[in-house]
Design a binder for this molecule. Structure first.
Ligand SMILES: C[S@@+](CC[C@H](N)C(=O)[O-])C[C@H]1O[C@@H](n2cnc3c(N)ncnc32)[C@H](O)[C@@H]1O
Length: 356
């Protein structure tokens, strides 16, 4: 991810000073994101969690922030200040942005050397205000474009993308550091029904505590999102299977050549007893992938997981069929622990770790 394309890339020599940053994530993933951040960057300053967001600061040489695989997007926080509730208060907001030192953008502007940058500004608003989010975005665009180096751009055509978040009487202006290629891990991926976001898959994988000697398995692999995330860590072998040959074909396009891909039923896997170190998977939820008897499927799969996993092997799952999972765990002797309750497209799946 170091050389990930997208909006202005952070370079190691980006800015030797303290950077204030914002990472966004799937709502519910904040705690795991902050734990992952702390593991990758122990020097990160105090973190502040909000729904779907994590604010933090880093000082010194810029580490490779793009390693933050549970984040959907990364932003450089440029300015935070008061904003009144009335439309007339937007004048004071404009003045604040006019005064914003260009140095706050740091070397982000050097990444795309130009004499003038086209900027796009979007805004989100919560609280009681007599202006809309579009008024806020326009006010910011106008104020910033009073500088000779900035030109108004739009959502399609721009060099830099900024956002303003207004919450009650506080506004935050930030510069986007990542494009869609960051959270989707490039633009060439093949999808199959029920595919999950790579950032959620990264959380499932990370909870297995990846080790270089691992044999890793995803037996409901779909398009291989989870196995592809596992492949970003050192590994001995990646096994991925699905009952659908179409899903396996999609996974083949997304996985590195060394991964072993099979068409197989997760209730009766072709692997030897106790041959797998870690298993992470996204069970069918009977929403996009129809299942006749969810409890039977979960129960048979959990028995098979107990057979193929080594003693003490890691097992992480994603499902929104909590009752079926809890019942299947009771029947098979697994103890589930919910690690994160997510909010995804109106559904509320949870990430579970299971132990025996
Ligand atoms: C939620 S999807 C997995 C999506 C995947 N994580 C991705 O990102 O593409 C569940 C998958 O389970 C597969 N499936 C359903 N029943 C199965 C079974 N008995 N054995 C193996 N795979 C099964 C479906 O074909 C589907 O691809």
């Amino acid at each position: 991810m170091r050389t990930e394309s997208g909006y202005p890339c952070l370079r190691q020599d980006f800015d030797p000073r303290r950077m204030e940053l914002l990472a966004t994530c799937v709502p519910g993933l904040e705690k795991l994101l902050s734990a992952r951040l702390r593991q990758l960057f122990p020097e990160a300053g105090e973190m502040q969690e909000e729904r779907g967001r994590l604010h933090f600061a880093l000082t010194g040489d810029i580490p490779s922030l793009y390693a933050l695989d549970l984040a959907d997007n990364l932003y450089l926080r440029l300015w935070e200040g008061p904003i009144g509730p009335h439309k007339a208060d937007l004048d004071a907001f404009r003045i604040s942005l006019r005064r914003l030192p260009l140095s706050r953008f740091g070397a982000a502007l050097e990444i795309r050397p130009a004499s003038r940058w086209r900027i796009a500004v979007s805004a989100a608003r919560s609280g009681k205000h007599s202006y809309s989010r579009f008024d806020v975005a326009n006010a910011a665009l106008e104020a910033l474009c009073e500088r000779p180096c900035f030109l108004p751009g739009d959502g399609e055509e721009h060099d830099l993308s900024l956002r303003v978040d207004v919450k009650d009487e506080k506004a935050l202006l930030s510069l986007k550091l990542t494009g869609a290629a960051f959270r989707f891990r490039g633009e060439e991926r093949a999808f199959s029904a029920g595919a999950i976001r790579p950032t959620v898959a990264a959380a499932l994988v990370w909870l297995t505590h990846p080790a270089a000697g691992d044999v890793f398995l995803d037996p409901f692999c779909g398009s291989g999102t989870i196995a592809a995330e596992r492949a970003r860590f050192p590994v001995r072998r990646i096994l991925a299977s699905d009952i659908s040959p179409q899903a396996v074909a999609a996974a083949r396009r997304n996985l590195p050549p060394g991964a072993v891909l099979l068409t197989a039923d997760a209730r009766s896997l072709p692997h030897r007893d106790h041959s797998v170190d870690a298993l992470a998977t996204n069970l069918p939820w009977d929403v996009q992938i129809q299942v006749d008897d969810l409890l039977a499927l979960y129960t048979d799969f959990l028995r098979e997981a107990a057979r193929v996993l080594k003693c003490g092997g890691a097992l992480t799952l994603l499902t929104d069929k909590h009752e079926a999972l809890l019942s299947a765990c009771r029947l098979t002797g697994w103890t589930p622990r919910a690690q994160a309750q997510l909010s995804l497209h109106g559904l509320h799946p949870a990430i579970y770790t299971l132990t025996r």
